[in-house]
Ligand binder design. Structure first.
Ligand code: GTP
Length: 593
């Protein structure tokens, strides 16, 4: 395809503002699928994709419109996947900014728009859902101008649901978004935008050709990965797979090259010709590293092998999480896993629970600390509080910080500021736009990974949005807090905390455990300690000797029932020293109050 006939764009939208519906509509209008095939949302629906032979992750589609080829590039919508987003954006020249006509601009939208602007994108504002009675397109138009600073005078008024404004959007893509640049005679340079595992095709790689031509049958080299492969398929998605013989400069499509594992393909890598390689790689390559770690343990120790197998399977398709075996006195054998963020952690945890039917215990999420060892012994990275060196061997500890942007209606601002303050936040900026506040805080990641997002949602009744990116490491007064039950430390509950918040955290934890651990025949002290020093303490009183005594011995069946109930309760217990701790206690205790 000649360069001037190609347009590459993505869609920026806040969740629920109608990205998928609009994408489906564009596919339908340009003839990618029939009305019948459109009966359900295509881009969102895995089953439909499978049935129709459309590859699961083929959210990137090629559309034909009035003699032009339009490539719609899908981008993941969450902060955890910021690097993937940046690569998808680097593959495009423009974006549709979809804003709900009733909801207006949200924080997520803002963050993505700024990223898109940084990539020099031409942005076409689309005000969607104008069919809604609550739609206020003119107010939203003004908001786009005031809040984002984009000219919205030519924003397109649309309803993805009723099909209003669809042709205008397609025309605007052709007219307003610039054509890509690239020289076909140069050595091949293609960016690896995304990759996924397909059971039939093996690893499928989504590429954007920047220079040169990517041909079927060619031998290619990954410049960062350092491996070579033979290209056995070249094609695009419409959204059904269409095979091609080559992809020229400016084009977006996929290749397969008999690659077995997604881990061999790094997002952002440069693909070049193995025989005639490019002199230098494309800018912006970065290896993504997990930032949040936690232990995953099977509730039933017999499930360990199943867990190992399931984790390995998931990893086939997601090379960005890591795992290694871990053993815990309290929880037995499990895995220490690393994730790109909390949402990523939740996705993996949820898939293991749902798709693989595993009952799991997750230990407290922890960030990666950098510890400078005393006596110039160098630096170590700490992924697990259990591995914390003795304080006498530590010169200093650094923790990762983030910059968070929170966007909320004015009425919730007070409690949100308090939340940030309680989490050791440093306020950087506060502005008001049309009754809404946008507040920027620097926060330690450690204080955010626990339940910050949940708290934020609950105090703002769902109205606050939140976005963050890492801004580097800062030294902190950090200590390891151990939890002891009956004088024995429970490793799964130990965590690294700031000295200033240790006492309240410790007290909270002890109080929760007191309610969660059932009474025993003896008194059980529960303590939180830093080093050898106890900072909080609760005691579970002893139980009366015979539970069945209160049945007066008379009613045998009742007595039997009670004993059975006790037995049942036992099954889900962890014997900890002489104390049994119910599974739920770990999970509940790790949830911050
Ligand atoms: P995620 O997939 O969750 O990120 O959301 P999304 O941005 O892709 O939004 P989606 O297309 O799933 O739309 C969210 C909801 O808004 C759905 O219930 C749609 O039916 C509805 N919706 C989308 N476009 C319109 C529209 O133009 N008008 C009306 N009334 N509803 C719409």
């Amino acid at each position: 395809t000649p360069l001037d006939k190609i347009r590459n764009f993505s869609i920026i939208a806040h969740i629920d503002h109608g990205k998928s519906t609009l994408a489906d509509r564009l596919i339908q209008r340009t003839g990618g699928l029939t009305e019948r095939e459109m009966s359900a949302q295509v881009l969102d629906n895995m089953d439909i994709e499978k049935e129709r032979g459309i590859t699961i992750k083929a959210q990137t589609v090629r559309l034909d419109w009035k003699g032009h080829v339009l490539n719609l590039m899908d981008t993941p919508g969450h902060v955890d996947f910021a690097y993937e987003v940046s690569r998808s954006l680097a593959a495009c020249e423009g974006a549709l900014l979809v804003v709900d006509a009733a909801q207006g601009v949200e924080a997520q939208t803002l963050a993505n728009v700024y990223q898109s602007i940084e990539h020099d994108h031409e942005i076409v504002p689309v005000i969607n859902k104008i069919d809604l009675p609550a739609a206020e397109p003119e107010k939203v138009r003004k908001e786009i101008e005031d809040v984002i600073g984009l000219d919205a005078s030519n924003a397109i008024l649309a309803s993805a649901k009723s099909g209003i404004g669809i042709d205008e959007i397609l025309d605007a893509i052709v007219e307003r978004i610039p054509a890509p640049k690239g020289d076909a005679s140069q050595p091949l340079k293609a960016m690896l935008v995304d990759s996924w595992y397909d059971p039939y095709l093996g690893v499928v790689i989504l590429v954007r050709v920047m220079a040169g031509v990517l041909r079927k049958g060619a031998e290619i080299a990954f410049m960062a990965g350092g491996t070579k492969h033979l290209v056995d398929r070249v094609g695009c998605f419409r959204p059904k797979i269409e095979q091609l013989t080559e992809l020229g400069p400016g084009e977006i499509g996929f290749i397969t090259a008999q690659i077995k594992e997604v881990a061999q393909t790094a997002v952002g890598d440069t693909i070049t010709d193995a025989k005639k390689p490019a002199a230098e790689a494309l800018p912006g390559f970065k290896l993504v590293q997990p930032v949040v770690f936690c232990g995953l343990f099977p509730v039933d120790a017999a499930d360990f092998d199943k867990l190992r197998e399931s984790i390995s399977r998931l990893r086939l398709n997601d090379a960005s999480f890591t795992f290694e075996m871990e053993s815990s006195a309290a929880l037995g054998f499990g895995f220490r896993c690393g994730f790109l963020g909390l949402l990523h952690l939740e996705i993996i945890q949820e898939r293991l629970t749902r798709e693989y039917d595993l009952d799991l215990i997750t230990t407290a999420p922890s960030v990666v600390y950098k510890i400078q060892l005393a006596h110039d012994r160098g630096e170590i990275e700490l992924h697990n509080p259990a591995d914390m060196p003795d304080p006498s061997k530590i010169a200093s500890i650094e923790e990762p910080w983030i910059e968070a942007v929170i966007y909320c209606p004015d009425e919730y601002l007070g409690s949100i500021l308090k939340l940030c303050q309680d989490r050791r936040g440093v306020q950087k900026n506060l502005t008001y736009v049309g009754g809404r506040a946008q507040v920027t805080y620097d926060l330690p990641l450690n204080e955010v990974v626990f339940d910050f997002y949940d708290r934020l949602k609950s105090i703002s009744r769902g109205y606050a949005s939140f976005d963050y990116h890492q801004i580097g490491y800062r030294e902190g007064d950090l200590v390891k807090m151990s939890i002891m039950v009956n004088a024995e430390p429970v490793d799964a509950l130990s965590m690294i905390v700031h000295r200033g918040t240790a006492e309240s955290r410790g007290r909270g934890m002890c109080e929760r455990l007191k309610d969660l651990i059932p009474r025993h025949l003896f008194k059980i002290p529960i303590q939180a300690a830093i080093g050898g020093k106890v900072i909080a303490r609760e005691t579970i009183a002893a139980m009366r000797k015979d539970v069945t005594a209160k049945c007066y011995g008379g009613d045998a069946s009742r007595k039997k029932k009670l004993l059975e109930k006790q037995k049942e309760g036992k099954k889900r217990m962890r014997e900890y020293g002489s104390v049994s701790i119910p599974q739920e206690a770990f999970i509940a205790a790790l949830r911050m109050g």
